[in-house]
Design a protein around this ligand. Structure first.
Ligand code: SAM
Length: 147
């Protein structure tokens, strides 16, 4: 699988995802802070995973990838994005049909009304809600791009 960890920060999820995708897979760890991407790069080298983790520098308003994705993770980052609808639309365009998008937001920063509004925007750009998994301290949804 080709997996995007968008807003990867120091790469906690990216490293775990790199183990899950195996030797044939690829994780793209993307963030707008070069400092965070350097952390991810160093940790990937230390843990012997650098061949399956690529780092990618985003701009504030565009992810800017060419790859087709099977799965995307946005862990505790969506509330930081300036235009959520534009961002969701770009993720939707990068995913293959049937691709999945896992979003979790911190309850402390994102109330239920704001989270429901995010899900409504996701449906507006062509996602379906596949599941609402439980994540500790999080408001979470697994979205699916129509086939
Ligand atoms: C709260 S941190 C979470 C980091 C990581 N996902 C984790 O759970 O440890 C949010 C991260 O999202 C990044 N970020 C915010 N807006 C972004 C955007 N528009 N595109 C890419 N990354 C963004 C920030 O630079 C930061 O590293």
């Amino acid at each position: 699988m080709t997996v995007l960890d968008v807003g990867c920060g120091a790469g906690f999820a990216s490293l775990g995802l790199a183990r899950l995708v195996g030797e044939e897979g690829l994780v793209i760890a993307a963030d707008l802070q070069p400092r965070m991407l350097n952390f991810v790069k160093e940790r990937a080298i230390r843990e012997g995973l650098s061949n399956r983790i690529h780092i990618h520098l985003c701009s504030h308003d565009r992810i800017g990838l060419q790859e087709e994705l099977d799965f995307t993770v946005a862990f505790f980052m969506l509330h930081e994005v300036p235009d959520i609808q534009v961002f969701l639309k770009e993720i939707n365009s990068l995913l293959k049909p049937g691709g999945r998008f896992f979003i979790t937001e911190p309850k402390i920063h994102v109330g239920l009304i704001a989270f429901n509004e995010m899900m409504r925007k996701a449906e507006d750009v062509g996602f379906e809600i596949a599941e609402k998994p439980r994540v500790r301290f999080g408001r979470t949804v697994l979205l699916s791009k129509s086939e």
